[in-house]
Design a protein around this ligand. Structure first.
Ligand code: NDP
Length: 428
């Protein structure tokens, strides 16, 4: 271990091949485990330039969600996730909405916001007025810091000043920028640092920090749908009963943060999977979503379902500042292929697709929860994972899952025993 710790000194200065060789010699991993780190050389060069201390590629399954009809256009949606039920549930929820006419989207604006946080402000109200009086000057300064976005038709649009704490002398200058097709983090940060410099030099004011805000409330996307109850009937429950129960479940997520967190996790199951497949920053989207869920001071469910005028009305509004260019989007080949698969023309369209997936995912989860319960649908998929875990080959998975379901077994030991029986009966 001591030798290894010496070898990883200045790990970042080594080539990825050298880092792998050091790992191989470390005795932390077996030969078989080291083999898992072997990568395609061409992609390795690329990924080595993306992150620090790169050693291998970590792959996750990508599936395609079907049935998504949004604003009259049908999509095949790439989703990257390790959770067994996500793609199936998503396609299922979208299928219900498709039969009811599909999803509708609504976007009023798409601006990214960033903050320059000022500290030790002696007279916050006075400084606020001074900055606002120079708004045009500040916007010009931001645009000069990143002129290429102005040439593309974007640029700084407005600024606001908020007094965060009068007594502590903390104030936030918020800059809103039209970032066109990018997510805009780096653009914003460049502009904000230029503003920070201007504030220090011209106003003699201390600046604590300058950084983009992931609370992207000027990039809100709303997706809605309306479903006839007859499409929701399940077992003994009529469509009206299921619709009313879904509306009640949505209400519970408005009242109770314990339920809201899980309600929103279900929405993010779909959203994260598409954000990841599209090469966007899912941490940024997660942070914005949960901040938005708490916008009135209590953490609440992000979607709303109401049973009114004989129909179930679903609606989901979220900050969705994704890009169709920038970050890793133009760099990772599979991400480029996923954009092609989605057939999106711009970042706004991508944002509507992602929010629709959140609503479709949420519908499938709520419907399952208020009817059969979540486990019934999940179990089949989880048994498939268990079958693979105990060593079933592709041709054995289906029969092992069927045997497990028939025997009502879900544990690893039973899976092993049943697999052994299957092999014995097949004579191998
Ligand atoms: P980039 O830094 O890659 O900037 C976008 C690039 O796209 C620019 O170089 C721009 O060129 C180019 N571009 C080409 N066509 C267009 C177009 N039509 N519209 C807009 N830009 C275009 O990415 P972002 O600034 O979008 O930042 C995203 C990255 O930042 C993500 O990887 C994210 O993880 C990371 N990040 C996130 C933070 C957060 O969320 N808090 C903080 C810091 C980084 P040109 O410059 O010539 O205009």
């Amino acid at each position: 271990m001591e030798v290894f710790m010496k070898a990883i000194h200045k790990f970042y200065q080594k080539s990825w091949q050298e880092r792998l060789a050091i790992l191989a010699q470390s005795q932390l991993l077996s030969d078989d485990e080291i083999k898992l780190f072997q990568v395609n050389g061409h992609q390795a060069e690329l990924f080595d330039s993306l992150i620090e201390n790169y050693v291998t590629d970590y792959s996750l399954p990508q599936g395609l969600a079907t049935n998504y009809v949004i604003d009259g256009h049908e999509y095949l949606i790439p989703m990257v996730t390790e959770e067994p039920s996500v793609v199936a549930a998503s396609s299922n929820g979208a299928g219900l909405v498709k039969r009811a006419g599909g999803f509708q989207s609504h976007i009023t604006e798409r601006l990214m916001v960033g903050q320059v946080v000022l500290e030790k402000v002696a007279e916050p109200a006075k400084l606020k007025a001074t900055i606002l009086a120079q708004e045009a000057d500040f916007l010009a300064c931001a645009n000069e810091a990143h002129p290429s976005i102005v040439k593309r038709g974007g640029g700084a649009r407005f600024l606001e000043v908020r007094i965060l704490s009068e007594s502590e002398g903390l104030l936030s200058l918020d800059l809103a920028v039209d970032v066109q097709e990018a997510m805009g983090a780096n653009m914003l940060n460049t502009m904000l640092e230029a503003l920070a410099q201007k504030i220090r030099q011209e106003l003699g004011q201390e600046v604590l920090m300058a950084i983009l805000s992931n609370y992207a409330v000027h990039s809100l996307v709303t997706v809605t749908c309306e479903i006839e109850p007859k499409l929701l009937a399940k077992g003994e429950l009529s469509g009206e009963e299921v619709a009313q129960k879904i509306a009640l479940a949505s209400h519970v997520a408005q009242l109770d943060p314990s339920r809201a967190a899980t309600h929103n996790k279900g929405i993010m199951n779909g959203i994260d999977a598409v954000v990841l497949a599209s090469g966007n920053d899912w941490r940024a989207i997660e942070a914005g979503a949960h901040a938005y869920a708490s916008r009135d001071g209590q953490y609440r469910g992000l979607s709303q379902w109401n049973y009114q005028d004989g129909k179930l009305h679903g609606s989901l509004t979220l900050p969705m500042p994704v890009g169709s260019v920038g970050g890793s989007i133009g760099v990772i080949p599979l991400v480029k292929a996923n954009h092609q698969l989605l057939q999106i023309k711009d970042a706004k369209q991508l944002a509507t697709v992602i929010v629709a997936v959140g609503l479709g995912q949420n519908l499938a989860a709520l419907k399952a929860l208020v009817t059969d319960g979540i486990q019934k649908g999940h179990m089949h998929l989880q048994l498939k994972t268990l079958a693979v875990k105990v060593g079933a080959t592709q041709s054995e998975v289906t029969s092992l899952v069927a045997q497990m379901e028939k025997a009502g077994k879900r544990d690893e030991n039973s899976a092993r025993q049943l697999l052994a029986q299957i092999r014995e009966s097949r004579g191998n």
